[in-house]
Design a protein around this ligand. Structure first.
Ligand code: PEP
Ligand code: MN
Length: 263
């Protein structure tokens, strides 16, 4: 169902004021985790001013260690949703349990399935049963084919509003958190009709190469970018090292716009 052979035309996804997959790349930004009302307000008001309308923030955090911040759960979804609405924005957040997918539809405009859950088949089926766009991230060690099959699980249940996300894969290289597989973008665009975005934060895990990586992603055809931003990255409860502060995010957007990579 997600194959180009089945449907030649690009799938274009409309979320509130935003169109994803129409050839004009979109920016998804916000903190790694939803933490406090003050944090969400600071980030959202800044993003809105910068023309970013898709707000992200994790409420169910799939952390490597059980002793790390696990997210605010449904309170986090509410806070994200209220903040987005107040600013005329739309929002996306990760859901990790199949039984939470329907509940999440009340708060979210896009439901994210994270890398660690790309092959959680019950979660994929649950995502296929709702009528909300799904942002499906590539698994840490998943092949492109496995990502496409994961998307097919969602589509097979009747939900073809799927956005694929390349977020880096595990290799022996340690200079970046993951290795961004840039060739996945044109391959996925060629083999499927779905929009494809690139997460430049979780793939690289560093902030000093955001501009060239963002340009590379857009140059190979990405329909959007995920970039984590926080009002005070140094004290963020997760991914403190990779989140841009708000002036850094502004600089990135400015550089992408003046170089013609972004509208
Ligand atoms: C995220 O986007 O919040 C996240 C945890 O990313 P990933 O699933 O790609 O690791
Ligand atoms: Mn993160």
């Amino acid at each position: 169902l997600v194959s180009r052979k089945t449907k030649a035309a690009d799938t274009v996804i409309t979320v509130g004021p935003l169109t994803i997959g129409n050839g004009s790349p979109v920016i998804i930004s916000g903190p790694c985790s939803v933490e406090t009302p003050e944090q969400m307000e600071a980030v959202a008001s800044h993003l809105k001013k910068e023309g970013v309308v898709l707000l992200r923030g994790g409420a169910y955090k799939p952390r490597t260690s059980p002793y790390d911040f696990q997210g605010l759960g449904v309170e986090g979804l509410k806070l994200l949703s209220e903040t987005a609405k107040r600013h005329g924005m739309v929002c996306v957040s990760e859901i990790v349990a199949p039984e939470d997918v329907e509940m999440a539809c009340e708060y979210l405009d896009i439901i994210q399935i994270g890398a660690r859950n790309m092959q959680n088949f019950e979660l994929l089926k649950a995502a296929g049963n709702v009528r909300k766009p799904i942002l499906l991230k590539r698994g840490l060690s998943a092949t492109i084919e496995e990502l496409v099959y994961a998307a097919e699980y969602i589509a097979s249940r009747g939900n073809s509003q799927i956005i694929l996300c390349e977020r880096g894969i595990r290799t022996y290289e340690k200079a970046t958190r993951n290795t961004l597989d840039i060739s996945a973008v044109p391959i996925l665009k060629q083999e499927t009709h779905l929009p494809v975005i690139v997460d430049i934060s979780h793939s690289t895990g560093r902030k000093d190469i955001m501009f060239p990586i963002a340009k590379a992603a857009i140059a190979v055809g990405a329909d959007g970018l995920i970039v984590e931003a926080h009002n005070e990255p140094a004290v963020a409860l997760s991914d403190a090292k990779q989140q841009l502060d708000l002036p850094q995010l502004s600089n990135l957007l400015h550089d992408l716009r003046t170089s013609g990579f972004l509208k």
